[in-house]
Design a protein around this ligand. Structure first.
Ligand SMILES: Cc1cc2nc3c(=O)[nH]c(=O)nc-3n(C[C@H](O)[C@H](O)[C@H](O)COP(=O)(O)OP(=O)(O)OC[C@H]3O[C@@H](n4cnc5c(N)ncnc54)[C@H](O)[C@@H]3O)c2cc1C
Length: 412
């Protein structure tokens, strides 16, 4: 790393969303008085994405409510915002960012916070009545189309991941006939493991949506009178007609603009344990594949969750202000949640799909439960369904590298 920032330094943050904004806020909170420029390809001020598939989609919250940028708080921070223009290239050695409009920004440090973008089905870009949900514009377009659907319309969702299930929850509540098509036999099993995925399947089965697992989507036909959004074609020849289609098949890190740079790109921008991707260059949030030494792990991980992006932003600022060497390694306990089918699923830690599972609170009549994951004796994570208070009892333990026996002793 280079030396710590001075009052004359310039920090360029590429990606004007959660991780980037948290970094800028923390730089100011920690006393950095130099120049901070936030570059964002979206025209909007930073906003929060989790509500896009929840409260924003159902119409309970509007765009103002999900804004992360509060005039009264942020205006005084003196941030230069370059919105609506993507970064096109990075010269690592010079710490110079080239924007798509031909201008360049010279930094003493550059923070890469460009997040992740939707994985798309080939040939579906720009089609009417076919959506994905990553940005405010995506969610607004989906919400507008949903508002124009007649009650009981046929909505087909491709992918039964967390966000897909949240969208399905909103559309069932809006009175539509929702079919979810999922390639895996057990949705979410690559994330939560087979045993827990099997329990969660029960939750989905009673949701009011039709969940079809183990089906392979091969394409989408053009729109027709019978199927205004087209029909989803399945291996075997079946066609599922739709009034609206939502594709939720995951995301890929936004690294295309860094291809000509000398950074190591491998499923994200690869960083060390302090989030440094190169001298004076940090990568944070969904785009970062960082060396994680927390709770006994030593592996490179890319975590696509709100809390890690926020924690990364704060951490990156500390690294910049101290010059790196004095900053602690990044070891925050990962956390994420998902709201679906009137339940809150929460996970603390970083459980592996093949870890052993110990049920600490068996499912009750409302489907609430809590399980601990462990690799041998070592506690790797805890998952709870609608048991938020009990879950948080494990946060400190996970940070300290506890054993499964210690987890079993927690009074719940
Ligand atoms: C619909 C939805 C629901 C979610 N729900 C949950 C949840 O319930 N729980 C949870 O833990 N997490 C949830 N998440 C994930 C969470 O929102 C992300 O982890 C978080 O937004 C990551 O923040 P980030 O700043 O790293 O990246 P992002 O929020 O992806 O922001 C990156 C920004 O950089 C911009 N950008 C990309 N390329 C360029 C470029 N070349 N130049 C300039 N700007 C660029 C992008 O357009 C974007 O504005 C959800 C995400 C979505 C989309």
């Amino acid at each position: 790393m280079q030396s710590a920032l001075t009052p004359d330094s310039t920090v360029v943050i590429v990606g004007a969303s959660l991780a980037g904004l948290r970094c800028a806020e923390t730089l100011r909170a920690d006393g950095f008085a130099g120049s901070i420029t936030l570059v964002g390809d979206e025209p909007h001020l930073p906003y929060d994405r989790p509500p896009l598939s929840k409260q924003f989609l159902t119409g309970r919250w509007d765009a103002e409510r999900i804004s992360l940028y509060k005039e009264e708080k942020h205006a005084s921070l003196g941030l230069t915002m370059r919105l609506g223009v993507p970064a096109a290239a990075l010269d690592v050695e010079a710490k110079r960012v080239e924007l798509a409009d031909g201008t360049t920004l010279q930094g003493d440090a550059v923070v890469v916070a460009t997040g992740a973008g939707l994985r798309r089905l080939p040939g579906t870009e720009g089609r009417p009545l076919l959506h994905g949900v990553r940005s405010l514009d995506d969610a607004t377009a989906l919400r507008d189309d949903v508002a124009n659907l007649a009650p009981g319309s046929r909505v087909v969702l491709i992918g039964a991941g967390f966000i897909g299930q949240e969208v399905a929850t909103a559309l069932v509540a809006a009175g539509h006939r929702v079919t979810i098509l999922e390639g895996a036999q057990l949705p979410l099993s690559p994330i939560v493991g087979e045993e827990v995925a099997a329990i969660l399947l029960g939750l989905h089965r009673s949701s009011g949506a039709q969940l079809r697992t183990g089906v392979a989507v091969t394409g989408i036909t053009p729109p027709s009178t019978d199927a205004p959004a087209g029909s989803v074609e399945l291996a075997g020849g079946e066609k599922v007609p739709a009034d609206l289609i939502v594709v939720g098949i995951g995301v890929t890190p936004n690294t295309a603009w860094l291809e000509s740079s000398s950074l190591t790109i491998d499923n994200g921008v690869v960083t060390d344990e302090r989030l440094l991707a190169g001298p004076g260059i940090l990568a944070i949030g969904d785009v970062a594949r960082f060396r994680w030494l927390g709770a006994g792990h030593d592996e490179h991980v890319r975590i696509e969750h709100w809390q890690t992006a926020a924690d990364h932003g704060v951490h990156a600022a500390k690294v910049l202000v101290t010059g790196g060497g004095l900053a602690p390694v990044f070891a925050a306990v990962p956390y994420f949640w998902s709201d679906q089918w009137d339940k809150k699923i929460q996970v603390l830690g970083h459980p592996g799909a093949d870890d052993e599972v110990s049920m600490l609170l068996a499912p009750d009549e409302e489907g609430r439960f809590l399980v601990a994951y462990h690799a041998g004796e070592f506690l790797t994570g805890v998952l709870a369904v609608s048991k938020p208070r009990q879950l948080m009892a494990f946060r400190t333990m996970l940070g300290e590298g506890a054993t499964i026996d210690q987890a079993r002793m927690v009074e719940l």
